[in-house]
Design a protein around this ligand. Sequence first.
Ligand SMILES: Cc1cc2nc3c(=O)[nH]c(=O)nc-3n(C[C@H](O)[C@H](O)[C@H](O)COP(=O)(O)OP(=O)(O)OC[C@H]3O[C@@H](n4cnc5c(N)ncnc54)[C@H](O)[C@@H]3O)c2cc1C
Ligand code: FES
Length: 304
Amino acid sequence: MTQASSDQPMASETDLPASGPVQEVGEIFDVTRFGDYTQLTVVAPGVARAFQPGQFVAVAVGGSQTSMLLRRSFALYGVKPGSEFAGTIQFVVAVHGPGTGWLAAQRIGARLDLVGPLGVPFPIPREAVPAVLVGGGYGTAPLLPLAERLIALGSEVEMIVGASRAHRLFGELQAKRLIGKVTVTTDDGSAGQLGQVTDPLPSAIERLGAEIVYACGPMGMLAAVGEVARAHAIPAQVAVEEAMACGIGVCMTCVLPVRGGDGVSRFVRSCVEGPVFEAGRVRWADVGTLPADLHGADGMGVAR
Ligand SMILES: Cc1cc2nc3c(=O)[nH]c(=O)nc-3n(C[C@H](O)[C@H](O)[C@H](O)COP(=O)(O)OP(=O)(O)OC[C@H]3O[C@@H](n4cnc5c(N)ncnc54)[C@H](O)[C@@H]3O)c2cc1C
Ligand code: FES
């Protein structure tokens, strides 16, 4: 993988595989500001063609001379595989550090070096089932294409969109256009209901007779959503955002302690075995630690 440079060829429709991740250099087609966020629309036919809701793209940042070697990950939405511009993708950037700062300052016409789509997508039920989707901050982004997919399947869908404050909300208008039934919450009451996304979640599950919850947002929110789903005896499929270095499964930066079907807990790489997990399997309280009962922990120097 290389950093973007102006002499790299742009991908064309004819030289792309039909599925799986690709590396391609795409031109920024549109830049839109939403509150604290910058939405980038990028021409990327190879990424668009293979995309499934829940997957992400790893973007090279800083230009060809940069010391920022690691790509930055962004959840995908607004993917149009067959648009008149040969396939476009969207992702939203919240400025966090130097990499996201560089991306948010890019202009229309700039080229980005992308690898994607990466990761395991949200599982889609075989038949229509009522579903509640819960997004925190820019975590709403990957739920938008998921909502479209579920609605196309005939599922009844409600969405809860929350953030700390109004400027940190993302996607509530797109969600309202798609679904209609959208509840907005903010921690400070500056938009929608005062409170957290988990406050209206039980009544949404009960009103809809929901059989599944999907969520994306901060880890604490995902743990809390998983707990509400567990209390209603339904599964929650959640997209985590663990710090990633390589994004392709080789560095083990992004591991989470996850309980397997055999009851044994293992470190699982969220870039290739996630980012979507069944919430009930993630050991939320142990994220960022090396639990002594984890498979292989003794080999990593932890005594049981
Ligand atoms: C699957 C996924 C989807 C995401 N979707 C979005 C999105 O839609 N919008 C958005 O704004 N952000 C998203 N993020 C978060 C975004 O990737 C980070 O905010 C961004 O990487 C920060 O880069 P930075 O240079 O601005 O900040 P910095 O904090 O300076 O990050 C520097 C780099 O170090 C890496 N890093 C951080 N901690 C460690 C560590 N312990 N070990 C090794 N490397 C580390 C980071 O991943 C990053 O590559 C997503 C992250 C993931 C994993
Ligand atoms: S980020 Fe390197 S293994 Fe997941």
